[in-house]
Design a protein around this ligand. Sequence first.
Ligand SMILES: [Zn+2]
Length: 78
Amino acid sequence: MARDLGTKYVCYKCGTKFYDLKKPVPTCPKCGADQREAPVAKPLSARAAKVAAAKEPEEVEAAADDEEAEEKEEDEED
Ligand SMILES: [Zn+2]
């Protein structure tokens, strides 16, 4: 088991999987890319976080609608 390797990353440039070894700057051991500069992998900016949050409610609503429809059908049969 890997315990003290820190956070796992997948390099956004070359796809290499590595751990940051708890270093302050997570850089890819192969290409040296600073993972904090990764383009869109994580919602680092407030704007990206808003976009991600805006997408989730739609899915939840759709699921709730399905459940409601099923309950109504049962009621009518009674
Ligand atoms: Zn890399």
